[in-house]
Design a protein around this ligand. Structure first.
Ligand SMILES: Nc1ncnc2c1ncn2[C@@H]1O[C@H](COP(=O)(O)OP(=O)(O)O)[C@@H](O)[C@H]1O
Ligand SMILES: [Mg+2]
Length: 387
């Protein structure tokens, strides 16, 4: 097994997996009333989500429970057909299907679940799980000795050493953190390019979360994996992810490098998330919490018109109720889908496409530290996504 990577050319920016305007609507089982009204209701779980996962980079997808994060992971793993949009792997559009192309896809894009207890079969040992993964992906090697070597290498890769202490254990004989490491080792058995980690540490004791995140970071660096890290904990995104995307009610509302998004959140929803996340470095701003901390995520069966966050947003304006905000680019690669950042008149057009007078191109636009006022004076350009 070629577990030691030869240093490759610097290709950090290589996009491995890309979602383009991906949408997933689930049909809702019809009630008697729906039948009478001839209604077909749908859950708008994911709408118009675009993201890029790059080699050697962790991208965090942050949002409250029910915002569509797991659905994004499952769509990227090809577990569901898309309602609309496209997924590209290595620059090539992926076609839905269950045949050989699906197996090739799964070899490259592996999903890790929140609950390792549920994802490992309780009646089988670590050896069984890992051997099976290696065999399925044609990486078991020739003969017993080679298989043993490859199994040991997988366990070492996830820092379960010495390997012989773990190989013949059953899942219930391991701690939660060890089980999650086995689940990660099994994913690595495919020698993937992408790991989709859906809340990989949220079921683990707080004391061992950091160890598992550090392991994932080590894999990112050594194996140059592209990792999607799904979490409801924006503080962990700051610690662990290079890029952070914030999801609200099925849509991505803000993105940028993690430091910028967490230190200078632009979207009022991101500001709410930060204000309500425990952070020992920051004295909680009680007033800000009271102002924004109220309200519930909306129903995705009948999501609010305009910006989906407007019913909870302390800065909502009239147009937010009716017009979906496009992506506005701020400084340093940060962007937010929020009307507060609508550019100067030349910078943006009503349909949300950038004009020739791209006012942020000179790099003078600065991301705000306070979005309460003066938004119009900031230069920002609108790009894409308006519908
Ligand atoms: N298979 C499904 N059928 C119907 N609705 C679903 C299905 N999966 C998820 N949903 C709905 O989609 C929304 C997003 O769910 P999910 O992606 O699990 O969010 P998150 O992972 O952010 O908690 C929720 O309203 C959920 O009830
Ligand atoms: Mg989830």
């Amino acid at each position: 097994m070629t577990t030691e990577q030869t240093p490759r050319a610097r290709t950090e920016t290589d996009v491995v997996l890309e979602a383009r305007a991906v949408t997933k609507h689930f049909p809702v089982r019809r009630t008697g009333r729906d039948l009478i009204a001839r209604r077909h209701r749908t859950v708008h779980a994911v709408d118009d989500v675009s993201l890029e996962l790059r080699r050697g980079t962790v991208t965090a997808l942050v949002g409250e429970s029910g915002s569509g994060k797991s659905t994004v992971a499952r769509l990227l793993a090809q577990l569901y057909p898309l309602t609309a949009g496209e997924i590209h792997l290595g620059g090539t559009a992926v076609k839905a299907g269950r045949g050989r192309s699906f197996r090739t896809y799964v070899k490259q894009v592996q999903l890790i679940f929140q609950d390792p207890f549920a994802s490992l079969n309780p009646v089988h040992t670590v050896r069984y799980h890992l051997t099976r993964a290696l065999r399925i992906h044609g990486r078991a090697g020739r003969g017993e000795a080679e298989l043993e070597k490859n199994l040991a290498a997988l366990l070492e890769r996830v820092q379960l050493t010495p390997p012989h202490q773990y190989l013949d254990k059953f899942p219930h004989e391991l701690s939660g953190g060890q089980r999650q490491r086995v689940a990660i080792a099994r994913a690595l058995g495919a020698d993937p390019q992408v790991l989709l980690a859906d809340e990989p540490v949220s079921m683990l004791d707080v004391s061992i979360r950091l160890g598992v995140l550090n392991l994932l970071r080590d894999l990112k660096e050594r194996l140059r994996l592209a990792i999607l890290y799904i979490t409801h904990d924006i503080a962990s995104a700051r610690y662990f992810a290079d890029t952070t995307l914030v999801m609200y009610a099925g849509r991505i509302v803000e993105g940028g490098d993690s430091e910028t998004v967490t230190q200078r959140p632009a979207h009022p929803y991101t500001q709410l998330l930060i204000a309500s996340a425990p952070d020992p470095d920051r004295v909680a701003d009680e007033a800000a919490q009271e102002e924004t901390g109220s309200g519930e995520p909306p129903s995705l069966i009948d999501p609010p018109a305009g910006c989906r966050f407007h019913p909870r947003c302390p800065k909502a304006m009239e147009r937010c109720r009716t017009e979906l905000p496009p992506r506005f680019d701020l400084a340093d690669g940060q962007w937010a889908a929020c009307w507060l950042y609508e550019g100067t008149a030349e910078g943006a057009t009503a349909d949300g496409t950038a004009t020739a007078a791209d006012v942020s191109a000179d790099g003078t636009a600065s991301a705000p530290t306070d979005t309460a006022g003066g938004a119009a004076s900031r230069s920002a350009t609108a790009k894409g996504a308006a519908k």
